[in-house]
Design a protein around this ligand. Structure first.
Ligand code: EPU
Length: 421
Protein backbone atom coordinates (compact mmCIF):
# COMPACT_ATOMS: atom_id res chain seq x y z
CA UNK A 1 0.00 0.00 0.00
CA UNK A 2 1.06 3.55 -0.64
CA UNK A 3 0.53 6.83 1.18
CA UNK A 4 0.62 10.35 -0.23
CA UNK A 5 2.93 12.83 1.47
CA UNK A 6 2.17 16.53 0.94
CA UNK A 7 4.18 19.51 2.12
CA UNK A 8 1.60 22.28 2.28
CA UNK A 9 1.66 26.03 1.89
CA UNK A 10 3.62 26.28 -1.37
CA UNK A 11 2.64 28.71 -4.11
CA UNK A 12 1.21 26.84 -7.05
CA UNK A 13 1.00 28.05 -10.61
CA UNK A 14 0.70 26.79 -14.14
CA UNK A 15 -1.71 24.78 -16.24
CA UNK A 16 -3.41 21.58 -15.22
CA UNK A 17 -5.26 19.45 -17.77
CA UNK A 18 -8.54 17.73 -16.97
CA UNK A 19 -8.95 14.11 -18.13
CA UNK A 20 -12.01 12.43 -19.60
CA UNK A 21 -15.01 11.85 -17.36
CA UNK A 22 -14.87 8.72 -15.20
CA UNK A 23 -18.62 8.67 -14.67
CA UNK A 24 -19.25 8.96 -18.41
CA UNK A 25 -16.68 6.32 -19.25
CA UNK A 26 -18.07 3.59 -16.97
CA UNK A 27 -21.64 3.31 -18.38
CA UNK A 28 -20.40 4.01 -21.91
CA UNK A 29 -18.00 1.06 -21.64
CA UNK A 30 -20.93 -1.08 -20.45
CA UNK A 31 -23.01 0.14 -23.41
CA UNK A 32 -20.50 -1.48 -25.78
CA UNK A 33 -22.11 -4.79 -24.71
CA UNK A 34 -25.17 -3.78 -26.75
CA UNK A 35 -23.40 -4.56 -30.05
CA UNK A 36 -21.18 -7.28 -31.52
CA UNK A 37 -19.38 -4.69 -33.62
CA UNK A 38 -16.22 -2.85 -32.47
CA UNK A 39 -16.53 0.30 -30.35
CA UNK A 40 -13.72 2.83 -30.03
CA UNK A 41 -14.00 5.18 -27.06
CA UNK A 42 -11.61 8.13 -26.85
CA UNK A 43 -10.62 10.33 -23.91
CA UNK A 44 -11.09 7.53 -21.37
CA UNK A 45 -9.14 8.24 -18.17
CA UNK A 46 -6.77 5.46 -17.08
CA UNK A 47 -8.01 4.87 -13.55
CA UNK A 48 -8.56 1.95 -11.24
CA UNK A 49 -12.31 2.14 -11.96
CA UNK A 50 -12.01 2.16 -15.77
CA UNK A 51 -9.45 -0.68 -15.54
CA UNK A 52 -11.90 -2.63 -13.36
CA UNK A 53 -14.67 -2.08 -15.94
CA UNK A 54 -12.29 -3.22 -18.71
CA UNK A 55 -11.57 -6.35 -16.66
CA UNK A 56 -15.29 -7.00 -16.22
CA UNK A 57 -15.89 -6.65 -19.97
CA UNK A 58 -13.07 -9.13 -20.58
CA UNK A 59 -14.55 -11.66 -18.14
CA UNK A 60 -17.86 -11.24 -20.01
CA UNK A 61 -16.10 -12.20 -23.26
CA UNK A 62 -15.06 -8.93 -24.94
CA UNK A 63 -11.51 -8.14 -26.02
CA UNK A 64 -10.51 -4.76 -24.59
CA UNK A 65 -7.45 -2.83 -25.65
CA UNK A 66 -6.64 0.31 -23.63
CA UNK A 67 -3.92 2.48 -25.11
CA UNK A 68 -3.25 6.21 -24.67
CA UNK A 69 -6.72 6.91 -23.31
CA UNK A 70 -8.40 5.14 -26.23
CA UNK A 71 -10.35 1.99 -25.61
CA UNK A 72 -11.12 -0.54 -28.30
CA UNK A 73 -13.82 -3.02 -27.35
CA UNK A 74 -14.19 -5.92 -29.78
CA UNK A 75 -16.19 -9.16 -29.69
CA UNK A 76 -14.28 -12.41 -29.57
CA UNK A 77 -17.17 -14.86 -29.34
CA UNK A 78 -20.34 -15.24 -27.31
CA UNK A 79 -20.79 -12.86 -24.37
CA UNK A 80 -21.47 -14.30 -20.91
CA UNK A 81 -24.52 -13.05 -18.98
CA UNK A 82 -22.88 -13.39 -15.55
CA UNK A 83 -21.16 -10.44 -13.82
CA UNK A 84 -19.37 -11.90 -10.81
CA UNK A 85 -19.42 -10.63 -7.22
CA UNK A 86 -15.61 -10.45 -7.22
CA UNK A 87 -15.62 -7.48 -9.61
CA UNK A 88 -19.05 -5.87 -9.08
CA UNK A 89 -18.46 -5.64 -5.31
CA UNK A 90 -15.29 -3.57 -5.87
CA UNK A 91 -17.05 -0.92 -7.94
CA UNK A 92 -20.76 -0.02 -7.97
CA UNK A 93 -20.47 1.46 -11.47
CA UNK A 94 -20.17 -2.08 -12.81
CA UNK A 95 -23.84 -2.72 -11.92
CA UNK A 96 -24.72 -0.85 -15.10
CA UNK A 97 -23.87 -3.93 -17.20
CA UNK A 98 -27.32 -5.22 -16.12
CA UNK A 99 -29.36 -3.24 -18.68
CA UNK A 100 -27.11 -3.95 -21.71
CA UNK A 101 -26.68 -7.68 -20.92
CA UNK A 102 -30.41 -8.17 -20.47
CA UNK A 103 -31.34 -6.23 -23.62
CA UNK A 104 -28.75 -8.01 -25.77
CA UNK A 105 -28.91 -11.57 -24.40
CA UNK A 106 -32.40 -11.80 -22.90
CA UNK A 107 -30.85 -12.76 -19.56
CA UNK A 108 -28.48 -11.17 -17.08
CA UNK A 109 -27.12 -12.38 -13.76
CA UNK A 110 -25.37 -9.53 -11.99
CA UNK A 111 -24.08 -9.49 -8.44
CA UNK A 112 -25.71 -6.95 -6.13
CA UNK A 113 -23.03 -4.35 -5.43
CA UNK A 114 -23.60 -3.83 -1.67
CA UNK A 115 -23.21 -0.58 0.27
CA UNK A 116 -20.14 1.58 0.67
CA UNK A 117 -18.79 4.24 3.03
CA UNK A 118 -20.83 7.04 1.48
CA UNK A 119 -24.13 5.31 2.25
CA UNK A 120 -26.39 2.30 1.75
CA UNK A 121 -26.83 2.88 -1.99
CA UNK A 122 -29.78 0.64 -2.91
CA UNK A 123 -30.61 -0.47 -6.48
CA UNK A 124 -34.43 -0.48 -6.22
CA UNK A 125 -34.81 2.16 -8.97
CA UNK A 126 -32.67 0.13 -11.38
CA UNK A 127 -34.86 -2.91 -10.74
CA UNK A 128 -38.12 -0.97 -10.91
CA UNK A 129 -37.13 0.36 -14.33
CA UNK A 130 -35.96 -2.99 -15.69
CA UNK A 131 -39.11 -4.72 -14.37
CA UNK A 132 -41.17 -1.91 -15.95
CA UNK A 133 -39.74 -2.99 -19.31
CA UNK A 134 -41.19 -6.45 -18.73
CA UNK A 135 -38.22 -8.34 -17.26
CA UNK A 136 -38.82 -11.05 -14.64
CA UNK A 137 -36.49 -10.40 -11.74
CA UNK A 138 -35.37 -12.78 -9.01
CA UNK A 139 -32.69 -12.50 -6.38
CA UNK A 140 -30.57 -15.56 -5.72
CA UNK A 141 -27.54 -15.76 -3.42
CA UNK A 142 -26.71 -12.06 -3.76
CA UNK A 143 -27.28 -12.00 -7.52
CA UNK A 144 -30.00 -10.25 -9.51
CA UNK A 145 -31.29 -12.50 -12.27
CA UNK A 146 -33.31 -10.68 -14.92
CA UNK A 147 -34.93 -12.43 -17.86
CA UNK A 148 -36.96 -11.32 -20.86
CA UNK A 149 -36.96 -12.61 -24.45
CA UNK A 150 -37.51 -9.07 -25.70
CA UNK A 151 -38.08 -6.07 -23.44
CA UNK A 152 -41.17 -3.92 -24.08
CA UNK A 153 -41.26 -0.12 -24.05
CA UNK A 154 -43.25 1.51 -21.24
CA UNK A 155 -43.85 4.83 -19.49
CA UNK A 156 -41.73 4.75 -16.34
CA UNK A 157 -41.23 7.02 -13.34
CA UNK A 158 -37.71 6.70 -11.90
CA UNK A 159 -37.71 9.31 -9.12
CA UNK A 160 -36.71 8.06 -5.66
CA UNK A 161 -36.62 9.46 -2.13
CA UNK A 162 -33.31 11.16 -2.92
CA UNK A 163 -34.34 12.35 -6.38
CA UNK A 164 -33.32 10.87 -9.70
CA UNK A 165 -30.63 8.21 -10.03
CA UNK A 166 -27.75 8.54 -12.48
CA UNK A 167 -26.93 4.87 -12.99
CA UNK A 168 -30.57 3.67 -12.78
CA UNK A 169 -31.40 6.10 -15.60
CA UNK A 170 -28.34 4.81 -17.49
CA UNK A 171 -29.26 1.14 -16.96
CA UNK A 172 -32.88 1.58 -18.05
CA UNK A 173 -32.01 3.83 -20.99
CA UNK A 174 -29.48 1.28 -22.27
CA UNK A 175 -31.98 -1.58 -21.87
CA UNK A 176 -34.71 0.42 -23.66
CA UNK A 177 -32.58 1.01 -26.77
CA UNK A 178 -33.25 -2.59 -27.90
CA UNK A 179 -36.78 -2.91 -26.46
CA UNK A 180 -39.87 -3.24 -28.59
CA UNK A 181 -41.68 0.10 -28.83
CA UNK A 182 -41.28 3.41 -27.04
CA UNK A 183 -40.00 3.95 -23.50
CA UNK A 184 -40.42 7.22 -21.64
CA UNK A 185 -38.43 7.80 -18.46
CA UNK A 186 -39.90 10.47 -16.17
CA UNK A 187 -37.71 11.93 -13.42
CA UNK A 188 -34.67 10.82 -15.40
CA UNK A 189 -31.28 11.99 -14.14
CA UNK A 190 -30.16 15.13 -16.01
CA UNK A 191 -26.43 14.73 -15.27
CA UNK A 192 -24.10 15.51 -18.22
CA UNK A 193 -22.79 11.94 -17.96
CA UNK A 194 -26.29 10.58 -18.74
CA UNK A 195 -26.47 12.95 -21.70
CA UNK A 196 -23.04 11.75 -22.83
CA UNK A 197 -24.17 8.13 -22.61
CA UNK A 198 -27.27 8.96 -24.67
CA UNK A 199 -25.08 10.61 -27.32
CA UNK A 200 -22.87 7.51 -27.40
CA UNK A 201 -25.95 5.28 -27.83
CA UNK A 202 -27.26 7.56 -30.59
CA UNK A 203 -23.90 7.21 -32.35
CA UNK A 204 -24.55 3.41 -32.24
CA UNK A 205 -27.92 3.88 -33.95
CA UNK A 206 -30.20 4.27 -30.90
CA UNK A 207 -33.20 6.60 -31.08
CA UNK A 208 -33.22 8.83 -28.00
CA UNK A 209 -34.73 12.24 -27.31
CA UNK A 210 -34.87 14.54 -24.30
CA UNK A 211 -31.53 13.37 -22.76
CA UNK A 212 -30.06 16.04 -20.49
CA UNK A 213 -33.59 16.77 -19.26
CA UNK A 214 -35.95 15.01 -16.81
CA UNK A 215 -37.97 13.17 -19.47
CA UNK A 216 -36.13 10.87 -21.86
CA UNK A 217 -37.86 9.05 -24.71
CA UNK A 218 -36.27 6.01 -26.31
CA UNK A 219 -37.69 4.30 -29.37
CA UNK A 220 -36.36 0.76 -29.45
CA UNK A 221 -34.42 -0.51 -32.48
CA UNK A 222 -33.59 -4.11 -33.47
CA UNK A 223 -29.83 -3.74 -33.54
CA UNK A 224 -27.08 -1.29 -32.60
CA UNK A 225 -23.83 -0.94 -34.51
CA UNK A 226 -20.22 -0.15 -33.60
CA UNK A 227 -19.01 3.43 -33.25
CA UNK A 228 -16.13 5.78 -32.48
CA UNK A 229 -16.92 8.30 -29.78
CA UNK A 230 -15.06 10.84 -27.62
CA UNK A 231 -16.32 11.29 -24.08
CA UNK A 232 -16.64 14.67 -22.31
CA UNK A 233 -14.07 15.99 -19.87
CA UNK A 234 -14.53 15.33 -16.18
CA UNK A 235 -16.53 18.14 -14.54
CA UNK A 236 -15.81 16.82 -11.04
CA UNK A 237 -12.06 16.74 -11.66
CA UNK A 238 -12.30 20.30 -13.05
CA UNK A 239 -14.36 21.41 -10.03
CA UNK A 240 -11.80 19.81 -7.71
CA UNK A 241 -9.01 21.93 -9.26
CA UNK A 242 -11.18 25.06 -9.04
CA UNK A 243 -11.67 24.40 -5.31
CA UNK A 244 -7.99 23.57 -4.90
CA UNK A 245 -7.03 26.94 -6.41
CA UNK A 246 -9.57 28.73 -4.20
CA UNK A 247 -8.66 26.97 -0.94
CA UNK A 248 -4.91 27.37 -1.45
CA UNK A 249 -5.42 31.04 -2.51
CA UNK A 250 -3.55 30.56 -5.76
CA UNK A 251 -4.72 32.91 -8.50
CA UNK A 252 -2.32 31.55 -11.11
CA UNK A 253 -3.67 28.08 -11.77
CA UNK A 254 -5.22 27.61 -15.20
CA UNK A 255 -7.49 24.58 -15.67
CA UNK A 256 -7.31 23.25 -19.23
CA UNK A 257 -9.68 21.10 -21.26
CA UNK A 258 -12.62 22.08 -19.07
CA UNK A 259 -15.86 23.98 -19.26
CA UNK A 260 -17.93 25.79 -16.66
CA UNK A 261 -21.17 24.90 -18.45
CA UNK A 262 -21.57 21.86 -16.20
CA UNK A 263 -20.36 23.60 -13.04
CA UNK A 264 -22.74 26.53 -12.63
CA UNK A 265 -23.89 25.61 -9.09
CA UNK A 266 -20.24 25.66 -7.98
CA UNK A 267 -19.50 28.89 -9.85
CA UNK A 268 -22.51 30.53 -8.18
CA UNK A 269 -21.51 29.42 -4.66
CA UNK A 270 -17.94 30.62 -5.22
CA UNK A 271 -19.12 33.94 -6.59
CA UNK A 272 -21.20 34.52 -3.44
CA UNK A 273 -18.06 33.85 -1.43
CA UNK A 274 -15.95 36.38 -3.36
CA UNK A 275 -14.21 34.07 -5.85
CA UNK A 276 -14.44 34.84 -9.54
CA UNK A 277 -14.37 31.82 -11.84
CA UNK A 278 -14.23 32.53 -15.56
CA UNK A 279 -13.57 30.60 -18.73
CA UNK A 280 -12.05 31.35 -22.06
CA UNK A 281 -11.63 28.81 -24.86
CA UNK A 282 -11.55 25.62 -22.83
CA UNK A 283 -9.56 27.15 -19.95
CA UNK A 284 -10.85 28.04 -16.49
CA UNK A 285 -9.39 30.85 -14.35
CA UNK A 286 -9.94 31.30 -10.60
CA UNK A 287 -9.40 34.63 -8.79
CA UNK A 288 -9.99 35.05 -5.05
CA UNK A 289 -10.57 38.14 -2.95
CA UNK A 290 -8.43 38.33 0.17
CA UNK A 291 -11.43 38.03 2.49
CA UNK A 292 -13.99 35.44 1.54
CA UNK A 293 -17.53 35.11 2.85
CA UNK A 294 -18.98 31.86 4.21
CA UNK A 295 -21.54 30.30 1.87
CA UNK A 296 -23.89 27.47 2.82
CA UNK A 297 -24.75 24.81 0.25
CA UNK A 298 -27.08 21.85 -0.17
CA UNK A 299 -26.24 19.17 -2.70
CA UNK A 300 -28.91 18.08 -5.18
CA UNK A 301 -29.03 16.08 -8.40
CA UNK A 302 -27.81 18.02 -11.46
CA UNK A 303 -27.97 20.95 -12.09
CA UNK A 304 -27.81 21.40 -8.29
CA UNK A 305 -24.56 21.49 -6.33
CA UNK A 306 -22.88 18.09 -6.95
CA UNK A 307 -22.42 15.73 -4.02
CA UNK A 308 -19.10 14.76 -5.65
CA UNK A 309 -17.74 18.25 -4.82
CA UNK A 310 -19.23 18.54 -1.33
CA UNK A 311 -16.13 17.36 0.57
CA UNK A 312 -13.79 19.59 -1.48
CA UNK A 313 -16.08 22.62 -0.91
CA UNK A 314 -16.07 21.87 2.81
CA UNK A 315 -12.28 22.31 2.89
CA UNK A 316 -12.61 25.77 1.37
CA UNK A 317 -15.29 26.76 3.90
CA UNK A 318 -13.15 25.33 6.72
CA UNK A 319 -10.73 28.16 5.89
CA UNK A 320 -13.28 31.00 5.55
CA UNK A 321 -14.09 33.04 8.70
CA UNK A 322 -17.69 32.54 9.86
CA UNK A 323 -20.17 29.69 9.93
CA UNK A 324 -21.33 27.58 6.98
CA UNK A 325 -23.96 24.85 6.85
CA UNK A 326 -23.39 22.02 4.38
CA UNK A 327 -26.21 19.60 3.71
CA UNK A 328 -25.97 16.57 1.41
CA UNK A 329 -29.41 15.70 0.03
CA UNK A 330 -28.02 13.07 -2.34
CA UNK A 331 -25.96 11.07 0.17
CA UNK A 332 -26.98 12.25 3.68
CA UNK A 333 -24.18 10.16 5.28
CA UNK A 334 -21.33 11.35 3.07
CA UNK A 335 -19.48 13.07 5.92
CA UNK A 336 -16.63 10.72 6.88
CA UNK A 337 -14.13 13.40 5.91
CA UNK A 338 -15.25 15.63 8.81
CA UNK A 339 -13.25 13.71 11.41
CA UNK A 340 -10.13 13.69 9.23
CA UNK A 341 -10.36 17.43 8.47
CA UNK A 342 -10.77 18.10 12.19
CA UNK A 343 -7.48 16.24 12.76
CA UNK A 344 -5.93 18.98 10.61
CA UNK A 345 -7.35 21.79 12.75
CA UNK A 346 -10.73 22.30 11.06
CA UNK A 347 -13.72 23.01 13.27
CA UNK A 348 -16.62 21.03 11.81
CA UNK A 349 -19.41 19.20 13.59
CA UNK A 350 -22.20 17.07 12.27
CA UNK A 351 -25.78 17.76 13.32
CA UNK A 352 -28.16 15.28 11.69
CA UNK A 353 -27.79 15.67 7.96
CA UNK A 354 -25.91 18.97 8.29
CA UNK A 355 -22.24 19.70 8.67
CA UNK A 356 -21.68 22.96 10.57
CA UNK A 357 -18.36 24.45 9.57
CA UNK A 358 -16.75 27.13 11.72
CA UNK A 359 -13.97 28.61 9.61
CA UNK A 360 -10.43 28.36 11.04
CA UNK A 361 -7.45 30.61 10.28
CA UNK A 362 -5.19 27.76 9.24
CA UNK A 363 -5.15 24.03 8.76
CA UNK A 364 -2.13 22.06 9.92
CA UNK A 365 -0.52 18.98 8.37
CA UNK A 366 -1.39 15.67 10.03
CA UNK A 367 -1.56 11.96 9.24
CA UNK A 368 -5.08 11.29 7.89
CA UNK A 369 -7.02 8.41 6.38
CA UNK A 370 -8.73 8.50 2.98
CA UNK A 371 -12.19 6.89 3.12
CA UNK A 372 -13.62 7.36 -0.38
CA UNK A 373 -12.68 9.01 -3.62
CA UNK A 374 -13.99 12.55 -3.10
CA UNK A 375 -13.08 12.61 0.61
CA UNK A 376 -9.52 11.80 -0.50
CA UNK A 377 -9.55 14.69 -2.97
CA UNK A 378 -10.69 16.95 -0.12
CA UNK A 379 -7.76 15.77 2.02
CA UNK A 380 -5.32 16.54 -0.82
CA UNK A 381 -6.69 20.09 -1.05
CA UNK A 382 -6.51 20.43 2.74
CA UNK A 383 -2.93 19.11 2.69
CA UNK A 384 -1.88 21.62 0.02
CA UNK A 385 -3.54 24.50 1.92
CA UNK A 386 -2.19 23.45 5.34
CA UNK A 387 0.98 24.45 7.12
CA UNK A 388 3.33 21.48 7.50
CA UNK A 389 3.28 17.92 6.25
CA UNK A 390 0.19 15.80 5.66
CA UNK A 391 0.28 12.05 5.11
CA UNK A 392 -2.77 10.56 3.43
CA UNK A 393 -3.08 6.85 4.12
CA UNK A 394 -5.12 4.48 1.92
CA UNK A 395 -4.55 6.77 -1.02
CA UNK A 396 -5.64 4.05 -3.47
CA UNK A 397 -9.10 5.67 -3.31
CA UNK A 398 -7.66 8.61 -5.26
CA UNK A 399 -6.44 6.33 -8.04
CA UNK A 400 -10.05 5.27 -8.61
CA UNK A 401 -11.03 8.67 -9.96
CA UNK A 402 -8.16 11.11 -10.56
CA UNK A 403 -5.78 10.33 -13.40
CA UNK A 404 -2.12 11.06 -12.53
CA UNK A 405 -3.16 13.43 -9.76
CA UNK A 406 0.26 13.55 -8.09
CA UNK A 407 2.17 14.29 -11.30
CA UNK A 408 -0.40 16.90 -12.39
CA UNK A 409 -0.01 18.67 -9.03
CA UNK A 410 3.80 18.35 -9.07
CA UNK A 411 3.74 20.19 -12.41
CA UNK A 412 1.98 23.08 -10.61
CA UNK A 413 4.84 23.19 -8.09
CA UNK A 414 3.24 21.12 -5.33
CA UNK A 415 5.49 19.05 -3.07
CA UNK A 416 3.56 15.81 -3.20
CA UNK A 417 4.94 12.27 -3.42
CA UNK A 418 3.91 8.67 -3.00
CA UNK A 419 5.67 6.56 -0.40
CA UNK A 420 5.38 2.92 0.58
CA UNK A 421 3.46 2.43 3.83
N1 EPU B 1 -30.78 5.60 -4.98
C1 EPU B 1 -31.88 4.88 -4.56
N2 EPU B 1 -32.23 3.78 -5.30
C2 EPU B 1 -31.55 3.40 -6.42
C3 EPU B 1 -30.45 4.15 -6.84
C4 EPU B 1 -30.08 5.25 -6.08
O1 EPU B 1 -32.51 5.22 -3.57
O2 EPU B 1 -31.93 2.40 -7.01
C5 EPU B 1 -30.37 6.79 -4.21
C6 EPU B 1 -28.92 6.73 -3.74
O3 EPU B 1 -28.78 5.98 -2.55
C7 EPU B 1 -28.60 8.19 -3.58
C8 EPU B 1 -29.39 8.83 -4.71
O4 EPU B 1 -30.41 7.89 -5.07
O5 EPU B 1 -29.12 8.66 -2.35
C9 EPU B 1 -28.58 9.16 -5.95
O6 EPU B 1 -27.77 8.05 -6.31
P1 EPU B 1 -27.43 7.71 -7.81
O7 EPU B 1 -28.10 6.44 -8.19
O8 EPU B 1 -27.67 8.90 -8.67
O9 EPU B 1 -25.86 7.42 -7.71
P2 EPU B 1 -25.09 6.43 -8.65
O10 EPU B 1 -25.70 6.47 -9.99
O11 EPU B 1 -24.91 5.10 -7.99
C10 EPU B 1 -23.40 8.18 -9.60
C11 EPU B 1 -21.92 8.41 -9.57
C12 EPU B 1 -21.51 8.85 -8.17
C13 EPU B 1 -22.27 10.12 -7.81
C14 EPU B 1 -23.78 9.88 -7.93
C15 EPU B 1 -24.60 11.11 -7.69
C16 EPU B 1 -21.08 6.85 -11.21
C17 EPU B 1 -20.27 5.64 -11.50
N3 EPU B 1 -21.22 7.17 -9.93
O12 EPU B 1 -23.66 7.12 -8.67
O13 EPU B 1 -20.12 9.13 -8.24
O14 EPU B 1 -21.96 10.52 -6.50
O15 EPU B 1 -24.09 9.38 -9.25
O16 EPU B 1 -24.26 12.11 -8.58
O17 EPU B 1 -21.57 7.50 -12.10
C18 EPU B 1 -17.94 9.43 -7.44
O18 EPU B 1 -17.59 9.62 -8.61
O19 EPU B 1 -17.19 9.66 -6.46
C19 EPU B 1 -19.28 8.93 -7.16
C20 EPU B 1 -19.64 8.37 -6.01
Amino acid sequence: MEKLVIEGGRRLKGEVEVSGSKNSALPIMAAALLTDEPCVIENVPKLRDTLTMAKLLRTLGKAVDFENNTLKIVSRGPVSHVAEYKLVSTMRGSFCVLGPLLAKLGIAKVSLPGGCVIGVRPVDLHLKGIAGLGARITIDAGYIIAKSKRLKGNHLYLGGVFGSSVLATANVMMAATLAQGVTTIDSAACEPEVEDLANFLISMGAKIKGHGGPQITITGVKKLHGTTYRIISDRIEAGTYVLLAAATKNNNIVIKNASLTHLMALVDALQQSGIRVTQDQGKIYVKSNQTLKPVSITTHPYPGFPTDLQAQFMVLMALVPGVTVINDKVYPDRFIHIAELNRMGANIRREGTNAIVQGAKHLFGAPVMASDLRASAALVIAGLAAKGTTEIHRMYHLDRGYEDLDSKLQALGARIRREKE
